[in-house]
Design a protein around this ligand. Structure first.
Ligand code: ZN
Length: 241
C-alpha cells in the first residue's frame, strides 16, 4: 500500500513535469532533480556531524545526562527552515505525499560519496517509528519514505526494529526535560528484532533537541545494541552551530 501510494505520487509528479518543468521551490529556476536548485540548496545544506560522547563514557557515568549522550554520532543534513519546513509541514500535517519524492532526492543530494561511506559503518538501519494512528491517517510513514530510497541497493537495508507502544502529545512547545518525560516508555523493541552487538543507525525527519532519538536509542541500547547513531533530514536552529 505504501509503495503503491509512493509510486502513484511519484509518477503523478513525473507526468506533470512532462507538461510543466520542475522548478526550484525558492527561485523557480528549472531543475532536473530535488526540490531546490544547486544555488538555493547551499542556503539550506547543513551536513553537520554532531560529536556525541562515546557510549563507554555514558555507561561509566562520566558524561552529563544530555539527550544526545546516548547517541554515538548524528548527521544532520538540512536546516529546518523556509521551503524545507514548508514541505515537511505539507507532508505531515496536510498529508501531501507528492512532496516526499522531492525530499527523498534532497536527502540523496546531501549525502555525496564521502558521506555515503559514512553509512557503511552501520550493521542495521532503522527509523524512529511513527504512531500507528498517524501512519494510518497519512497512509505513509514519513521517515521510512524519506530514507528507504537512499539505502536502496546498499548491503544494509532498512529494517523495522521498534514500535510505538504509547501515544505522545506533540513536543514542539515542550522544554527538553518535559520532552523526555512525555517520551519515556513510548518505544519498544519488536519481538523479532535482534540488535545485540550492532551499530544501529536511527533515521528521522527532524532533529530538534535529540530527545526522540535519545529515547529510541536507549531502547536499542537496553536490547544490547553496541552503538546507536542518528540521521535526520532537517535540524532545528539550535543545532546549526
Ligand atoms: Zn533556486
Amino acid at each position: 500500500m505504501h509503495r503503491l501510494l509512493r509510486d502513484f505520487a511519484y509518477y503523478g509528479r513525473v507526468a506533470k513535469e512532462l507538461i510543466f518543468p520542475r522548478r526550484c521551490a525558492v527561485c523557480a529556476t528549472n531543475i532536473d532533480n530535488g526540490y531546490v536548485c544547486e544555488q538555493c540548496r547551499k542556503e539550506y545544506l547543513l551536513q553537520r556531524q554532531l560529536p556525541c560522547c562515546p557510549r563507554e563514557e555514558y555507561l561509566a557515568g562520566q558524561a552529563a545526562p544530555l539527550p544526545t549522550d546516548v547517541l554515538y554520532s548524528a548527521l544532520l543534513l538540512y536546516k529546518y527552515d523556509g521551503v524545507f519546513k514548508d514541505a515537511l509541514h505539507k507532508i505531515k500535517f496536510d498529508g501531501e505525499a507528492g512532496w516526499l519524492p522531492l525530499l527523498r532526492e534532497e536527502a540523496e543530494l546531501a549525502l555525496p560519496a564521502a558521506k555515503m561511506r559514512w553509512l557503511q559503518q552501520f550493521d542495521l538501519i532503522t527509523c524512529v517509528p511513527t504512531a500507528p494512528e498517524r501512519r494510518k491517517q497519512r497512509g505513509f510513514d514519513v521517515p521510512q519514505e524519506l530514507f528507504a530510497g537512499l539505502l536502496e541497493g546498499r548491503s544494509v537495508g532498512m529494517e523495522v526494529l521498534l514500535e510505538r507502544v504509547r501515544h505522545t502529545e506533540p513536543l514542539y512547545e515542550l522544554k527538553p526535560e518535559e520532552r523526555k518525560q512525555e517520551l519515556a516508555g513510548c518505544f519498544a523493541m519488536l519481538p523479532h528484532a535482534r540488535v545485540s552487538g550492532k551499530h544501529v543507525l536511527l533515521c528521522d525527519d527532524i532533529y530538534t533537541t535529540g530527545s526522540t532519538f535519545a529515547e529510541a536509542a536507549q531502547v536499542l541500547l537496553d536490547a544490547g545494541a553496541a552503538r546507536v547513531s542518528a540521521l535526520a533530514l532537517c535540524a532545528a536552529q539550535a543545532n546549526w552551530e
